[in-house]
Design a protein around this ligand. Structure first.
Ligand code: PMP
Length: 376
Protein backbone atom coordinates (compact mmCIF):
# COMPACT_ATOMS: atom_id res chain seq x y z
CA UNK A 1 0.00 0.00 0.00
CA UNK A 2 1.16 3.52 -0.76
CA UNK A 3 1.77 5.16 2.63
CA UNK A 4 1.60 8.82 3.44
CA UNK A 5 4.10 9.37 6.23
CA UNK A 6 3.00 12.05 8.68
CA UNK A 7 5.21 11.14 11.63
CA UNK A 8 7.28 13.98 13.10
CA UNK A 9 10.44 12.41 11.76
CA UNK A 10 11.27 10.78 9.54
CA UNK A 11 9.27 12.92 7.13
CA UNK A 12 8.55 12.52 3.43
CA UNK A 13 11.69 13.31 1.42
CA UNK A 14 11.34 14.79 -2.06
CA UNK A 15 12.08 12.87 -5.24
CA UNK A 16 14.94 15.26 -5.99
CA UNK A 17 16.57 14.55 -2.64
CA UNK A 18 16.20 10.80 -3.11
CA UNK A 19 17.79 11.04 -6.53
CA UNK A 20 20.64 13.10 -5.12
CA UNK A 21 21.19 10.44 -2.46
CA UNK A 22 21.48 7.76 -5.12
CA UNK A 23 24.54 9.34 -6.80
CA UNK A 24 27.78 7.34 -6.99
CA UNK A 25 29.96 7.42 -3.92
CA UNK A 26 33.14 9.43 -3.68
CA UNK A 27 36.05 9.12 -1.25
CA UNK A 28 35.75 11.25 1.85
CA UNK A 29 39.37 12.46 1.89
CA UNK A 30 39.31 14.06 -1.55
CA UNK A 31 38.68 17.49 -2.98
CA UNK A 32 35.22 16.63 -4.22
CA UNK A 33 34.00 15.72 -0.76
CA UNK A 34 35.53 18.87 0.76
CA UNK A 35 33.68 20.94 -1.82
CA UNK A 36 30.40 19.22 -1.02
CA UNK A 37 31.05 19.71 2.70
CA UNK A 38 31.90 23.41 2.24
CA UNK A 39 28.78 23.97 0.16
CA UNK A 40 26.64 22.43 2.91
CA UNK A 41 28.36 24.58 5.54
CA UNK A 42 27.56 27.73 3.55
CA UNK A 43 23.90 26.74 3.25
CA UNK A 44 23.68 25.90 6.97
CA UNK A 45 25.19 29.26 7.96
CA UNK A 46 22.59 30.98 5.84
CA UNK A 47 19.78 28.97 7.44
CA UNK A 48 21.02 29.53 10.99
CA UNK A 49 22.44 33.03 10.34
CA UNK A 50 25.75 31.94 11.81
CA UNK A 51 29.31 32.62 10.79
CA UNK A 52 31.05 29.74 12.58
CA UNK A 53 30.77 26.28 11.12
CA UNK A 54 28.45 23.47 12.14
CA UNK A 55 29.81 20.08 13.17
CA UNK A 56 28.14 17.27 11.19
CA UNK A 57 28.55 13.61 12.05
CA UNK A 58 26.65 10.37 11.55
CA UNK A 59 24.17 9.86 14.40
CA UNK A 60 20.51 10.51 15.12
CA UNK A 61 19.39 13.60 17.04
CA UNK A 62 20.16 11.85 20.31
CA UNK A 63 23.79 11.68 19.18
CA UNK A 64 23.87 15.45 18.73
CA UNK A 65 22.44 15.91 22.23
CA UNK A 66 24.91 13.36 23.63
CA UNK A 67 27.74 15.39 22.08
CA UNK A 68 26.53 18.51 23.90
CA UNK A 69 26.17 16.62 27.17
CA UNK A 70 29.58 14.93 26.90
CA UNK A 71 31.44 18.13 26.06
CA UNK A 72 29.74 20.65 28.35
CA UNK A 73 28.57 18.63 31.32
CA UNK A 74 30.19 16.28 33.81
CA UNK A 75 30.41 15.38 37.51
CA UNK A 76 29.66 18.34 39.73
CA UNK A 77 28.55 20.69 36.95
CA UNK A 78 25.41 22.48 37.98
CA UNK A 79 22.75 22.22 35.28
CA UNK A 80 19.28 23.78 35.08
CA UNK A 81 17.05 21.54 32.99
CA UNK A 82 13.81 23.12 31.80
CA UNK A 83 11.47 20.48 30.43
CA UNK A 84 7.92 20.57 29.08
CA UNK A 85 7.75 17.02 27.76
CA UNK A 86 9.35 13.74 26.81
CA UNK A 87 12.30 15.21 24.89
CA UNK A 88 13.13 17.78 27.54
CA UNK A 89 13.15 14.87 30.00
CA UNK A 90 15.53 12.90 27.79
CA UNK A 91 18.01 15.73 27.50
CA UNK A 92 17.83 15.99 31.30
CA UNK A 93 18.48 12.27 31.67
CA UNK A 94 21.55 12.51 29.46
CA UNK A 95 22.92 15.38 31.53
CA UNK A 96 22.20 13.54 34.79
CA UNK A 97 24.05 10.46 33.49
CA UNK A 98 27.29 12.47 33.32
CA UNK A 99 27.08 12.99 37.09
CA UNK A 100 25.93 16.62 36.91
CA UNK A 101 24.09 18.34 39.77
CA UNK A 102 20.62 18.76 38.31
CA UNK A 103 18.17 21.54 39.02
CA UNK A 104 14.93 20.46 37.39
CA UNK A 105 12.24 22.87 36.28
CA UNK A 106 9.08 21.15 35.04
CA UNK A 107 6.41 22.71 32.89
CA UNK A 108 3.12 20.89 32.35
CA UNK A 109 3.30 18.91 29.07
CA UNK A 110 1.24 20.73 26.43
CA UNK A 111 2.25 24.12 27.80
CA UNK A 112 5.13 26.32 26.72
CA UNK A 113 8.12 27.38 28.79
CA UNK A 114 7.51 30.93 29.96
CA UNK A 115 10.55 33.23 29.86
CA UNK A 116 10.00 34.33 33.46
CA UNK A 117 10.09 30.70 34.67
CA UNK A 118 13.49 30.07 33.08
CA UNK A 119 14.76 33.48 34.19
CA UNK A 120 13.66 32.85 37.79
CA UNK A 121 15.47 29.48 37.78
CA UNK A 122 18.67 31.18 36.56
CA UNK A 123 18.33 33.99 39.11
CA UNK A 124 17.87 31.63 42.05
CA UNK A 125 20.70 29.34 40.95
CA UNK A 126 23.59 31.71 40.20
CA UNK A 127 26.10 28.83 40.39
CA UNK A 128 24.48 26.93 37.55
CA UNK A 129 26.78 26.92 34.55
CA UNK A 130 24.46 25.28 32.00
CA UNK A 131 20.77 25.52 31.09
CA UNK A 132 18.99 22.97 28.89
CA UNK A 133 16.07 24.04 26.68
CA UNK A 134 13.99 22.38 23.96
CA UNK A 135 12.91 24.62 21.10
CA UNK A 136 10.20 22.38 19.70
CA UNK A 137 8.82 19.76 22.11
CA UNK A 138 7.82 17.10 19.59
CA UNK A 139 5.83 15.03 22.06
CA UNK A 140 3.25 17.81 22.48
CA UNK A 141 3.76 20.09 19.47
CA UNK A 142 4.83 23.02 21.65
CA UNK A 143 7.02 25.64 20.00
CA UNK A 144 9.01 27.32 22.74
CA UNK A 145 10.09 30.88 22.04
CA UNK A 146 13.72 30.23 22.86
CA UNK A 147 14.76 33.72 21.76
CA UNK A 148 12.43 35.32 24.31
CA UNK A 149 13.45 32.86 27.02
CA UNK A 150 17.15 33.61 26.59
CA UNK A 151 16.55 37.35 26.36
CA UNK A 152 14.83 37.23 29.76
CA UNK A 153 18.05 36.00 31.43
CA UNK A 154 20.53 38.83 32.06
CA UNK A 155 23.85 38.26 30.32
CA UNK A 156 25.87 38.62 33.55
CA UNK A 157 24.14 35.66 35.18
CA UNK A 158 23.36 33.69 32.06
CA UNK A 159 24.51 30.06 32.13
CA UNK A 160 25.66 28.40 28.92
CA UNK A 161 22.47 27.78 26.97
CA UNK A 162 22.19 24.38 25.30
CA UNK A 163 19.21 23.92 23.00
CA UNK A 164 17.62 20.80 21.57
CA UNK A 165 16.77 21.94 18.05
CA UNK A 166 16.25 18.41 16.73
CA UNK A 167 12.68 19.04 15.63
CA UNK A 168 12.94 22.77 14.96
CA UNK A 169 15.95 23.49 12.75
CA UNK A 170 14.85 23.89 9.14
CA UNK A 171 11.14 24.32 9.87
CA UNK A 172 11.11 27.41 12.08
CA UNK A 173 13.44 30.30 12.78
CA UNK A 174 16.43 29.19 14.82
CA UNK A 175 19.20 31.79 14.89
CA UNK A 176 21.61 30.63 17.59
CA UNK A 177 24.18 33.41 17.25
CA UNK A 178 21.59 36.20 17.27
CA UNK A 179 19.67 34.66 20.15
CA UNK A 180 22.61 33.78 22.42
CA UNK A 181 22.47 29.99 22.19
CA UNK A 182 25.81 28.42 23.14
CA UNK A 183 25.22 24.87 21.93
CA UNK A 184 22.61 23.79 19.41
CA UNK A 185 21.79 20.18 18.49
CA UNK A 186 19.87 19.21 15.34
CA UNK A 187 19.15 16.21 13.14
CA UNK A 188 18.55 15.54 9.45
CA UNK A 189 15.21 13.73 9.45
CA UNK A 190 12.73 16.46 10.42
CA UNK A 191 12.95 20.12 9.40
CA UNK A 192 15.95 19.47 7.17
CA UNK A 193 13.89 17.11 4.97
CA UNK A 194 16.69 14.57 4.67
CA UNK A 195 16.66 10.86 5.60
CA UNK A 196 17.67 10.02 9.20
CA UNK A 197 21.34 9.62 10.04
CA UNK A 198 23.02 13.02 10.30
CA UNK A 199 23.54 14.95 13.54
CA UNK A 200 24.47 18.64 13.76
CA UNK A 201 26.09 20.64 16.51
CA UNK A 202 26.73 24.37 16.42
CA UNK A 203 28.60 26.18 19.19
CA UNK A 204 29.01 29.86 19.99
CA UNK A 205 32.46 31.30 20.73
CA UNK A 206 31.62 31.09 24.42
CA UNK A 207 30.59 27.47 23.83
CA UNK A 208 33.83 26.52 22.04
CA UNK A 209 35.80 28.24 24.75
CA UNK A 210 33.99 26.25 27.45
CA UNK A 211 34.47 22.86 25.75
CA UNK A 212 38.14 23.55 25.01
CA UNK A 213 38.72 23.80 28.78
CA UNK A 214 37.19 20.41 29.50
CA UNK A 215 38.38 16.92 28.70
CA UNK A 216 35.66 15.11 26.81
CA UNK A 217 35.27 11.56 28.17
CA UNK A 218 34.02 10.34 24.77
CA UNK A 219 36.28 9.79 21.76
CA UNK A 220 33.58 9.77 19.05
CA UNK A 221 31.65 12.73 20.43
CA UNK A 222 34.68 14.90 21.21
CA UNK A 223 33.75 18.22 19.59
CA UNK A 224 37.27 19.64 19.89
CA UNK A 225 38.56 16.86 17.65
CA UNK A 226 35.69 17.43 15.22
CA UNK A 227 36.59 21.13 15.11
CA UNK A 228 40.17 20.43 14.02
CA UNK A 229 38.93 18.63 10.90
CA UNK A 230 36.08 21.04 10.26
CA UNK A 231 38.35 24.08 10.19
CA UNK A 232 40.98 22.60 7.85
CA UNK A 233 41.42 24.54 4.58
CA UNK A 234 39.62 21.65 2.93
CA UNK A 235 37.13 20.54 5.60
CA UNK A 236 36.80 16.86 6.44
CA UNK A 237 35.13 14.61 8.94
CA UNK A 238 37.49 12.82 11.37
CA UNK A 239 35.71 9.52 10.68
CA UNK A 240 33.90 8.06 7.67
CA UNK A 241 30.90 10.26 6.85
CA UNK A 242 27.74 8.87 5.19
CA UNK A 243 28.48 10.58 1.88
CA UNK A 244 25.07 9.72 0.36
CA UNK A 245 23.33 11.60 3.14
CA UNK A 246 25.53 14.63 2.49
CA UNK A 247 24.35 14.57 -1.15
CA UNK A 248 20.75 14.38 0.06
CA UNK A 249 21.25 17.19 2.56
CA UNK A 250 22.94 19.42 -0.02
CA UNK A 251 19.84 19.09 -2.19
CA UNK A 252 17.27 19.39 0.60
CA UNK A 253 18.87 22.58 1.95
CA UNK A 254 18.04 24.24 -1.38
CA UNK A 255 14.38 23.23 -1.01
CA UNK A 256 14.05 25.04 2.31
CA UNK A 257 16.24 28.02 1.39
CA UNK A 258 13.33 30.08 0.13
CA UNK A 259 12.64 33.16 2.23
CA UNK A 260 8.97 32.28 2.54
CA UNK A 261 9.61 28.75 3.82
CA UNK A 262 9.04 29.45 7.54
CA UNK A 263 5.84 31.35 6.88
CA UNK A 264 4.61 28.56 4.61
CA UNK A 265 5.14 26.13 7.53
CA UNK A 266 3.09 28.38 9.83
CA UNK A 267 0.38 28.86 7.26
CA UNK A 268 0.02 25.11 6.71
CA UNK A 269 -0.05 24.54 10.49
CA UNK A 270 -2.78 27.16 10.96
CA UNK A 271 -4.92 25.84 8.13
CA UNK A 272 -4.58 22.25 9.28
CA UNK A 273 -5.39 23.27 12.86
CA UNK A 274 -8.54 25.11 11.71
CA UNK A 275 -9.76 22.02 9.87
CA UNK A 276 -8.90 19.71 12.77
CA UNK A 277 -10.88 21.87 15.19
CA UNK A 278 -13.80 22.14 12.78
CA UNK A 279 -13.88 18.33 12.68
CA UNK A 280 -14.50 18.33 16.43
CA UNK A 281 -11.01 17.47 17.65
CA UNK A 282 -9.24 19.47 20.35
CA UNK A 283 -5.78 20.89 19.83
CA UNK A 284 -3.43 20.08 22.71
CA UNK A 285 -1.66 23.45 22.55
CA UNK A 286 -4.26 26.08 23.38
CA UNK A 287 -2.34 29.24 22.54
CA UNK A 288 -1.76 29.56 18.81
CA UNK A 289 1.54 31.40 19.30
CA UNK A 290 3.12 28.30 20.81
CA UNK A 291 1.84 25.77 18.26
CA UNK A 292 4.62 24.11 16.35
CA UNK A 293 4.95 24.93 12.63
CA UNK A 294 6.22 21.34 12.19
CA UNK A 295 3.85 19.10 14.14
CA UNK A 296 0.27 19.41 15.41
CA UNK A 297 -1.02 17.38 18.37
CA UNK A 298 -4.73 16.80 18.94
CA UNK A 299 -7.23 14.43 20.45
CA UNK A 300 -10.93 13.69 20.22
CA UNK A 301 -13.01 14.54 23.30
CA UNK A 302 -14.96 11.29 22.89
CA UNK A 303 -11.87 9.41 24.09
CA UNK A 304 -11.69 7.49 20.82
CA UNK A 305 -8.40 9.04 19.66
CA UNK A 306 -6.59 5.69 19.66
CA UNK A 307 -9.24 4.05 17.47
CA UNK A 308 -9.23 7.02 15.06
CA UNK A 309 -5.45 6.80 14.73
CA UNK A 310 -5.71 3.07 14.04
CA UNK A 311 -8.31 3.70 11.38
CA UNK A 312 -6.11 6.37 9.74
CA UNK A 313 -3.20 3.96 9.64
CA UNK A 314 -5.37 1.31 8.02
CA UNK A 315 -5.94 3.82 5.19
CA UNK A 316 -2.19 4.29 4.74
CA UNK A 317 -2.12 7.71 6.40
CA UNK A 318 0.47 7.57 9.17
CA UNK A 319 0.70 10.23 11.86
CA UNK A 320 2.27 9.34 15.22
CA UNK A 321 0.47 8.62 18.48
CA UNK A 322 1.07 10.16 21.89
CA UNK A 323 4.13 9.76 24.10
CA UNK A 324 4.65 9.90 27.84
CA UNK A 325 1.44 10.85 29.66
CA UNK A 326 -0.37 11.14 26.30
CA UNK A 327 0.37 7.60 25.16
CA UNK A 328 -2.75 6.15 23.53
CA UNK A 329 -4.73 9.38 23.51
CA UNK A 330 -3.05 11.82 21.14
CA UNK A 331 -2.49 12.10 17.39
CA UNK A 332 0.62 13.97 16.22
CA UNK A 333 0.49 14.93 12.58
CA UNK A 334 3.61 16.41 11.05
CA UNK A 335 3.90 19.06 8.34
CA UNK A 336 7.65 19.50 8.01
CA UNK A 337 7.63 18.56 4.32
CA UNK A 338 6.28 20.64 1.46
CA UNK A 339 2.68 20.82 2.68
CA UNK A 340 0.27 22.98 0.71
CA UNK A 341 -3.47 22.74 0.15
CA UNK A 342 -3.50 19.33 -1.61
CA UNK A 343 -1.61 17.73 1.31
CA UNK A 344 -3.78 19.51 3.91
CA UNK A 345 -6.97 18.36 2.23
CA UNK A 346 -5.68 14.80 2.05
CA UNK A 347 -4.90 14.80 5.77
CA UNK A 348 -8.24 16.37 6.73
CA UNK A 349 -10.26 14.20 4.36
CA UNK A 350 -8.68 11.08 5.84
CA UNK A 351 -9.37 12.33 9.37
CA UNK A 352 -12.99 12.91 8.41
CA UNK A 353 -13.25 9.37 7.13
CA UNK A 354 -11.47 7.88 10.15
CA UNK A 355 -13.69 9.83 12.50
CA UNK A 356 -16.87 8.72 10.79
CA UNK A 357 -17.37 12.44 10.21
CA UNK A 358 -20.77 12.32 8.52
CA UNK A 359 -22.14 10.37 11.48
CA UNK A 360 -20.81 13.02 13.85
CA UNK A 361 -22.06 15.95 11.83
CA UNK A 362 -18.60 17.33 11.10
CA UNK A 363 -19.19 18.79 7.67
CA UNK A 364 -17.75 22.28 7.57
CA UNK A 365 -14.10 21.47 8.08
CA UNK A 366 -12.83 21.90 4.51
CA UNK A 367 -14.37 25.33 4.08
CA UNK A 368 -12.92 26.46 7.41
CA UNK A 369 -9.44 25.13 6.62
CA UNK A 370 -9.46 26.48 3.10
CA UNK A 371 -10.55 29.90 4.41
CA UNK A 372 -7.49 30.01 6.66
CA UNK A 373 -5.24 28.74 3.86
CA UNK A 374 -6.56 31.37 1.44
CA UNK A 375 -6.23 34.18 3.98
CA UNK A 376 -2.44 33.35 4.25
N1 PMP B 1 14.73 15.75 20.60
C1 PMP B 1 13.58 16.04 19.97
C2 PMP B 1 12.92 17.36 20.22
C3 PMP B 1 13.03 15.10 19.09
O1 PMP B 1 11.90 15.36 18.45
C4 PMP B 1 13.68 13.86 18.89
C5 PMP B 1 13.12 12.82 17.96
N2 PMP B 1 11.77 12.73 17.91
C6 PMP B 1 14.87 13.64 19.57
C7 PMP B 1 15.37 14.61 20.42
C8 PMP B 1 15.61 12.36 19.39
O2 PMP B 1 16.08 12.29 18.10
P1 PMP B 1 16.48 10.93 17.41
O3 PMP B 1 15.30 10.03 17.45
O4 PMP B 1 16.85 11.38 16.03
O5 PMP B 1 17.64 10.40 18.15
Amino acid sequence: MNKYLLTPGPVPVSGGTRLAEARSLIGHRGEEFSELFSRIETKLSRLLKTDGKTVIFPASGTGALEALAANFIGPGVSVISVSCGVFGDRFREMAALTGADMINVDVEPGEEVKPRVAAAAAASNPDASVMLLTQNETSTGVFNRVDEIIAAIPMETRPLILVDGVSSVGAMPCFPREWGIDGLAAASQKGLLTPPGLAFVWLSERGWDAVSKRKCPSYYFDLTRQKKYLYKDAPENPYTPPVSLYYALDHALDEIADEGWFSLKERAARSLAAGIEALGFELLVRDERFRSPGVTAFFHPSGETGAILKSLKSMGVEPAGGQGKFRGNLIRMSHYHDVRWPEISLALGSLYAALGGARRGAGDFMRRAYGVWEAK
